[in-house]
Design a protein around this ligand. Structure first.
Ligand SMILES: NC(=O)C1=CN([C@@H]2O[C@H](COP(=O)(O)OP(=O)(O)OC[C@H]3O[C@@H](n4cnc5c(N)ncnc54)[C@H](OP(=O)(O)O)[C@@H]3O)[C@@H](O)[C@H]2O)C=CC1
Ligand SMILES: O=C(O)C1=N[C@H](C(=O)O)C[C@H](O)C1
Length: 269
């Protein structure tokens, strides 16, 4: 048995799942011990390397999460809210670090995840990249420096297969802006404008979502004042960025006490 942490990837056939498999296989700091898909998926029973169109890597694709988690020190999970809530309970049962990249989580989902974090380490972030997490810090700083004469808008663009809006990253940026202003995002959030909306309410934080083509993920935080505008921008051009951050989080979590953490903790920002 190796000392290097063993990692299971859930949603192994997904856009991020496949990127995560490649990242773990390429790392000499961890090893791939499981690749999970939904029961009945075409890939079930295949070697994950072969399923992805490459050479065998001696890891079969399976669909029993608890069996897979029991052999692992960490689970990296970029799937759907319903699956992630189930996986949080099972990863906690197996005492494996659970890295959650899934977005679109409801308040109830977040409560369930928080309950699981009483027993195990959970690292959750709507964006695992260094650049976005730095942007979160900058957004809070700029929002704190400007008054409500500057209207704050978060504009995000993603590929045409994304199912949730605003993106998890946009919500992180909105939360950071609200924190900088000393208000609760719930009280000032404005998304989905359509029709006769009336004039913009002073102090609101607006969200706009663009969906098209193969855009990996772009986020602007706009501070629009009178006669001047400030725009903070992040553009992701490669999903490897998110996968690399998630692997870093899985390794970072190995010696931490049970609880819920985010990428600011992992990156020390
Ligand atoms: N935090 C971050 O840095 C990032 C977060 N994301 C988020 O990650 C999530 C996934 O994105 P993406 O990879 O593009 O989406 P995909 O739809 O490509 O992948 C999701 C995968 O999850 C699988 N899945 C869903 N339910 C289950 C289940 N119960 N058991 C096993 N597998 C399951 C799906 O399988 P099937 O096809 O069989 O349903 C699919 O393979 C999204 O919420 C996205 O917003 C994405 C990029 C970066
Ligand atoms: O679904 C995606 O693709 C992405 N989702 C995350 C989000 O909701 O912010 C992160 C990244 O922007 C890509």
């Amino acid at each position: 048995m190796s000392d290097i942490p063993g990692i299971v990837i859930t949603g192994a056939s997904g856009r991020m799942g496949q990127m995560l498999i490649k990242s773990v296989l390429a790392s000499d700091k961890c090893r791939l011990v499981g690749a999970l898909v939904r029961d009945g998926h075409d890939w079930q029973g295949l070697d994950i390397g072969v399923a992805m169109g490459g050479q065998p890597v001696d890891v079969p694709v399976t669909s029993d999460p608890l069996e897979a988690f029991a052999k692992a020190q960490a689970v990296i999970d970029f799937t759907t809210p319903a699956a992630t809530v189930d996986f949080a309970g099972l990863a906690a049962q197996a005492r494996a670090v659970h890295v959650i990249g899934t977005t679109g989580l409801t308040d109830n989902d977040l409560k369930a995840i928080n309950a699981a974090a009483r027993h195990a380490v959970i690292v959750r972030a709507g964006n695992m990249s260094l650049g976005v997490n730095l942007l979160v810090k900058l957004t809070k700083q700029v929002a704190a420096a400007l008054d409500e004469d500057f209207d704050i808008e978060v504009i995000e663009s993603h590929h045409n297969q994304k199912v949730d809006a605003p993106s998890g990253t946009a919500l992180m940026l909105g939360e950071a802006a609200a924190e900088g202003r000393g208000v609760s995002l719930n009280d000032v959030s404005d998304s989905g404008r359509n029709g006769i909306t009336g004039a913009r309410k002073k102090g609101d934080i607006g969200f706009s979502a663009i969906r098209g083509g193969d855009i990996v993920g772009e986020h602007d935080v706009l501070f629009a004042g009178h006669g001047e505008r400030i725009v903070l921008r992040h553009m992701a051009t490669d999903r490897a960025l998110f996968a690399g951050g998630a692997v870093k989080a899985a390794l970072w979590g190995q010696d931490k006490r049970p609880g819920e953490y985010d990428m600011l903790d992992v990156l020390g920002l």
